[in-house]
Design a protein around this ligand. Structure first.
Ligand code: ACO
Length: 476
């Protein structure tokens, strides 16, 4: 019987079963290799070393034991239920092991194996999808790195490490980007809840994962995506709208926006990148925040996951350096939050935190002699002032301030602002000592960046999130 392989809308059974893939109680690795250095060996090692608390079943007809765990000749020989099967056998025997998984009653599949539509082997890919659908097993992949859940120490992949834990779910059409960026999450304290490498997305598409994260995963607040293309545009827009209705925002970096980039996506994941304009329009319609590069793909979700959305356009920039303030002003225009002047009543209050030669205009310049108490007072009073939408605090390192002490005061002030629903982003500019203060702020939930432009980009996204929330309330 012919099956329409394009997803027929967002499927309920997939949403029901994705939890067994991302929060499994038991994991089988089919193709668990005895040989160190092989992917099938590394996946078992990662499950053990990551600290996964559930059961792990290596499957290999030639082995009795792998890395100290009893191995089974086939899935059918496993005495217990299997939630998730990771497939790491060569492509040609994949249909056979997927059928065995179905007969065993496995709930979901992650197919790491490559060699399908990305190299023109569409028939074999269609075959594994047909079998998986016959048994209602959602299939992630093929051609993926795996899946990771930082909250339950699940590293069901051949990525080197679990990510830094947090509230951002990351879906990537590039496995290599997943592997590379996990290091960043630790270096830059970008907290991740779950990672799904989606590869050829032959069965489960973006839309189903987005809907799962939006409606069924309380650990996720923001959904960040690296996308090359989708053949389920309507479902994508439906899913991102459902996410916004659930108060969660989707951030997408779209690859293949240039002519040659579009060709490159074809040989990478077999995806048609499609016209950038069509995607842009769909993203706008679906309340998506589109970002331009990998730096933004981390900077923006970091802010969205940790700060409240900005409720209006009145953003106040507070700085100790004129140049940083000017750059922030330019960036504000670029990112859709052009600055307007400080309200006159607020100007009077802010005068208490600056010398006579400071500037109470927006950007507010506390001057180079500002200390941590001046920053604290200026941020808190601005947050308390009616009608303020958000605050961007900038600091250029001077010898009169200890960056860590200042960071602590900024964190305290940001807490007061957040309690009032006012978001705060920060940029501390300077050397290693200052960068440590930025990282400490991130650990505390205050998005802090090395440049003013990045702090303003993050605030622009917080305002865009605020606008989307207002709009969806109006239309629904
Ligand atoms: N059931 C279970 N295990 C079996 C079966 C079976 N029916 N048949 C064979 N095996 C065992 C093999 O004996 C072997 O174990 P051993 O090493 O102990 O003998 C193991 O399964 C693996 O089989 P191999 O034939 O050795 O396959 P190999 O490990 O060389 O390759 C792999 C398998 C990794 C899936 C490969 O085909 C592949 O697709 N590699 C690319 C993966 C990839 O890059 N994915 C995309 C990632 S995204 C990115 O871009 C980074």
């Amino acid at each position: 019987m012919a099956i329409e392989l394009k997803i027929p809308g967002i499927r309920e059974y997939v949403l029901d079963r994705l939890d067994a893939i991302l929060n499994p109680k038991s994991v089988a690795v089919v193709g668990a290799s005895r040989k160190e250095g092989k992917i099938g060996h590394t996946v078992v090692k990662n499950l053990i070393q990551g600290g996964f608390k559930g059961k792990i079943y290596p499957i290999n007809p030639k082995a009795d034991e792998i890395l100290g765990l009893k191995a089974y000749p086939s899935l059918k020989d496993v005495p217990d239920e299997v939630d998730l099967a990771i497939i790491v056998v060569p492509a040609k025997i994949t249909p056979q092991v997927i059928r065995e998984a179905g007969e065993k009653g496995v709930k979901g599949l992650v197919v790491i194996t490559a060699g399908f539509s990305e190299v023109g082997n569409k028939e074999l890919e269609d075959e594994i999808v047909r079998i998986a659908r016959e048994y209602k097993m959602p299939l992630i992949g093929p051609n993926v790195v795996g899946v990771l859940n930082a909250n339950v120490n699940l590293n069901a992949s051949f990525a080197q490490d679990l990510p830094y834990p947090g509230k951002i779910a990351f879906i990537s059409q590039s496995g290599a980007l997943v592997i590379g960026l996990i290091g960043w999450t630790h270096m830059y304290r970008v907290g991740i809840s779950k990672i799904v490498s989606i590869g050829n997305k032959a069965d489960v598409d973006f839309s189903e994962l987005i809907t799962y994260f939006a409606e069924r995963d309380p650990e996720t607040k923001v959904i960040a995506i690296y996308m090359e293309g989708t053949d389920a545009g309507r479902e994508l827009v439906e899913a991102t709208k459902r996410a916004m209705k659930a108060g969660k925002v989707v951030v997408i970096l779209k690859g293949g926006r240039s002519k040659r980039g579009e060709l490159a996506t074809m040989s990478h994941t077999g995806s048609l990148a499609g016209s950038a304009k069509v995607y842009q329009a769909a993203f706008k319609q679906g309340y998506v925040i589109e970002v331009d590069n990998l730096t933004e793909l981390y900077d923006v979700p970091l802010a969205l996951a940790n700060q409240p959305p900005a409720k209006n356009d009145n953003i106040i920039v507070i700085t100790n350096g004129g140049g940083a303030g000017v750059l922030a002003t330019d960036a504000a225009e670029r990112y859709g939050i052009p600055l307007s002047d400080t309200p006159s009543e607020l100007k009077k209050i802010l005068r208490n935190f600056m010398p006579p030669f400071g500037s109470d205009k927006n950007p507010v310049d506390l001057t180079g002699q500002a200390n941590e108490e001046d920053y604290y007072g200026a941020i808190v009073e601005t947050a308390k002032f009616p009608g303020v939408g958000g605050i961007v605090a900038l600091y250029c390192h001077t010898a009169i301030t200890d960056p860590m002490k200042l960071a602590q005061k900024i964190r305290d002030a940001a807490k007061v602002a957040n309690e009032r629903g006012i978001p705060v982003t920060v940029s501390m500019i300077g050397g290693e000592e200052v960068e440590r203060a930025n990282l400490w702020l991130r650990e505390q939930g205050v998005p802090a960046y090395p440049t003013p432009e990045r702090a303003v980009r993050a605030m622009g996204a917080l305002r865009q999130f605020g606008r989307y929330l207002e709009k969806i309330k109006r239309v629904s």
